[in-house]
Design a protein around this ligand. Structure first.
Ligand SMILES: NC(=O)C1=CN([C@@H]2O[C@H](COP(=O)(O)OP(=O)(O)OC[C@H]3O[C@@H](n4cnc5c(N)ncnc54)[C@H](O)[C@@H]3O)[C@@H](O)[C@H]2O)C=CC1
Ligand SMILES: CC(=O)C(C)=O
Length: 255
């Protein structure tokens, strides 16, 4: 079918996206910081009958992202979709944020997405074909959350890049969309919950439970819930959609 590159594919939402798209029949290039994690997910992808390849890269490094796209094309014999999923969280009151903090999270969550957008568009262009670019935003890309202010800013920025890239690339048949999950029970939320506990005196688990308590559908989101929507974005049913960043959050933020 088609060849898809997923960043941050070693665990959590990225792993679920990789497995869902493999089950949909796509071949998958798994990109992450740590080889061991993506090697394990690659084995799971191969069990579905789809091809898998791995590439270690830090998405904040532009050259490494371009190399990952090149590797995907060589290893899978094509390049059709990129999912710029890798991201990191940071929990801090705005008063405490320092330049080194903003630099680090911006480099991964915003620059990392921009390098992925650029590298994918350049490859689609060189192959003379259409393609799909899919970016990870968040409910925090629609609402600024207390203690997650800079993280929220990065996810708003992802929406801005998604809209601008959609406009710049539409004439070339390249679509650009984002997904905005809510509260997904991954390691990211374990870290967020612990930091809230340290900073606010909340008990461990309390912040996560409070956020989940606000979800209309009454449960935390699974990585597979997110992957189901990304499956739509990666497939032909979304061909007429570009520049959008829909919320897929069980009813938490309403726009
Ligand atoms: N967990 C949640 O509730 C939500 C997550 N998101 C977003 O979804 C995406 C995935 O989140 P999770 O799976 O929960 O996170 P996670 O922390 O469980 O997994 C993130 C993966 O990305 C990799 N990664 C981190 N920095 C990287 C870098 N510089 N280069 C390459 N890989 C890197 C990590 O090694 C890890 O495998 C992120 O962009 C996150 O901001 C959005 C909304 C909600
Ligand atoms: C982790 C995240 O994206 C939140 C809290 O919206």
């Amino acid at each position: 079918m088609s060849a898809v590159l997923v960043t941050g594919a070693g665990q959590g939402i990225g792993r679920a996206i990789a497995l869902r798209l493999a089950n949909d029949g796509h071949d998958i290039a798994l990109v992450d910081l740590v080889e061991d994690k993506i090697a394990g997910v690659a084995d799971e992808v191969r069990e579905t009958g789809s091809k898998a390849t791995t590439f270690v890269a830090d998405v904040s490094d532009r050259d490494q992202v371009f190399a990952a796209v090149e590797h995907t094309h060589e290893a899978l014999g094509g390049f059709d979709v990129i999912v710029n999923n890798a991201g990191i969280a940071q929990v801090a009151p705005l008063d405490d944020v320092r330049p080194e903090d903003t630099k680090k999270i911006w480099a991964v969550n915003v620059d990392g997405v921009l390098w992925g957008i650029q590298a994918a568009a350049a490859k689609f262009r060189s192959l003379g074909q259409k393609g799909k670019i899919i970016n990870a935003s968040s409910i925090a890309g629609h609402d600024g959350f207390a203690m997650l202010g800079v993280y929220s800013a990065t996810k708003f920025a992802v929406r801005a890049l998604t809209q601008a890239a959609a406009k710049e690339y539409a004439a070339e048949g390249i679509t650009v969309n984002a997904y905005c999950p809510g509260v997904v029970g991954t390691d990211m939320w374990v870290t967020i919950d612990k930091r809230f506990a340290e900073l606010t005196g909340a008990a461990e688990g309390e912040t996560y439970d409070k956020f989940v308590g606000g979800i209309a559908l009454g449960r935390a989101q699974t990585p597979e819930d997110v992957a189901a929507f990304v499956s739509y974005l990666a497939g032909p049913d979304s061909d007429y959609m570009t520049g959008q960043a829909p919320l897929i959050d069980g009813g938490l933020v309403y726009r």
